[in-house]
Design a protein around this ligand. Sequence first.
Ligand SMILES: Nc1ncnc2c1ncn2[C@@H]1O[C@H](COP(=O)(O)OP(=O)(O)OP(=O)(O)O)[C@@H](O)[C@H]1O
Length: 614
Amino acid sequence: MAASSPPSSLKDRLKNAGSLFRQLPGTFRIFWESSPRGAGVLALLTLMAAVLPASIAWVGKLIVDGVVAGQGGGEAARHRVLELVALELALMLVSVTVERGLALTRELLRVSLGNLLNERILQKALTLELRHFEDSDTYDKMQNARREAATRPLSLVMEAFSIIRNLVTLSTYAVMLVSLSPWSVAVLVLASIPAFIAEARMAEEGFRLHSWRAPERRKLAYLEWILTRDNHVKEVKLFGLGPMVLDRYQSLHWKFFSEEKGLSIRRMAWGLGLGALALGAFYGCYAFIAGRATLGHISVGDMVLYLSLFRGGQTAFQGILTSLGSMYEGALYMSTLFAYLDIPTGSETPRVMPALSPQRGPGNTLELRNVSFRYPGKEAWALRGVSLRLEPGEKLALVGENGAGKTTLVKLLLRMYEPTEGDIFYGGVNVKDMDPEDLRSRFGAVFQDFVRYQFNVAENIGLGHVQSIADRERIRHAAEQGGAHGVIEDLPQKYDTMLGGWFDKGFELSGGQWQKLAVARAFMREAEVLILDEPTASIDAESEHALFERFQALAANRITLVISHRFSTVRMADRIAVLHNGQVEELGNHSELMAREGRYAHLFNLQARGYQTN
Ligand SMILES: Nc1ncnc2c1ncn2[C@@H]1O[C@H](COP(=O)(O)OP(=O)(O)OP(=O)(O)O)[C@@H](O)[C@H]1O
């Protein structure tokens, strides 16, 4: 939720109120879709709950009038009063049942609405592109939408129902009150206006406090995360970060507390003042009505009725005000949710229909033509004028210092981002004319930050080709190709060993062992292009050598793109591209580049010298 500046003018306030009502149709549509029957039951019960109080009050009046009129009047009068008492009991029973029914319906709807929304949020997440995840604003929208999906939308709907209920109740009261004392209706309304304004102001202030705080709340959650995550604990202990992080956490907490305290105190003061006003109004009318009853202008039953209506009216009015405040927050949440669900996607859709699809199998070339790229909202170019052509079966190594643009190039190849300028061709087809799923199905990749799935070994590998996740033969074959089979054979339940520490009985692997599984995963599919973004970073030297020998043999007819900082690996490639500041500075095989005595030769010699002196 973006922090907004405080609405200064009445116009701004009205605009804000307008945005509240704009969220209602969409919210009610989703609510209806989540459970049409539940919504119908809720509407019916709400209506019943709305008219019951007036009926009960009316019967109460009849009882009192019956008692007063019937005093000393014999059996018949007693019977009539007893019948009325029985009627009130019946109405009370209905009322209690309706209230219970409402609570139950609310609970069931909470679950169905929460499930539906979470599903929509996740479905939307599937259509989002990497750029959305790497954009903090969009990411915030998603996290905010997720966080309160189970509570906010329902509370918005419930508050709307509660307002309708209180309005109906109030109208029934008003009809009865008007016949008793028309001006008391005016008093009731007038005495509530200041409360209405104050409540709206407080709700708005409360919300602004929350929305301003969104970034700080995130910071708070992050600090909490540092202190409680397994993969942080080593550094936290080593650097003794605990007290410092805790200190920041506490100071943020205190800041929140003091702001909230201010708001709560103001709310209390207003509440006290307005409560006194409401009480004054009530007793003013009480005095007047009691006077009239004493003078015999109205019956005692009328007086009782009047008092319960006036008091009930005040409560209903208060209920409406409170509901409006909560609705305001709910509506603001919904506006975030709708903004998230409306994030435009589909920039990956192929430009032509039907999408073009180069022939399957090895034999396609991969070409970048004058590709430049900068990240959304960034000034600097991450890649500038890159032209590269990889022939079928070619092994290309990408080298360059940190931030040179190597990983960015991979992201473009996989169509996680579109080039800002230039084009990428696969098998002679511009990748913009291909279905992204078709394109990606031709790539196998091991990323620098590959995922350690908290699943069993077989699944960890099988995920590389989800259609074959149960195909043990294929999984075993991929494990052998990726050099993971040996590791797996030593595990307690071999391919069925549960991995990771998140769930019961998970077996923790070493970094290198995890990486071998990631490599095996890449071998699950018959990839035409293999991308290895620093695949050997945590693999030991012997395994690395074996892995690359296997690559030479297994990936003979596939294009392979290796990103590595290890020149012992890099030199095995057919060609090496040296990236510098997003540009290809040198291109050639190992001996050509060594002969050039440029950046590659310099970096190679630097590393080689390091090994020799060691
Ligand atoms: N998501 C992003 N948003 C904005 N800028 C980014 C993003 N990812 C990378 N960059 C910037 O793009 C440039 C290239 O980054 P890239 O990750 O491609 O480098 P790299 O060569 O893979 O580096 P390394 O060897 O450290 O992995 C860097 O200047 C980096 O700051």
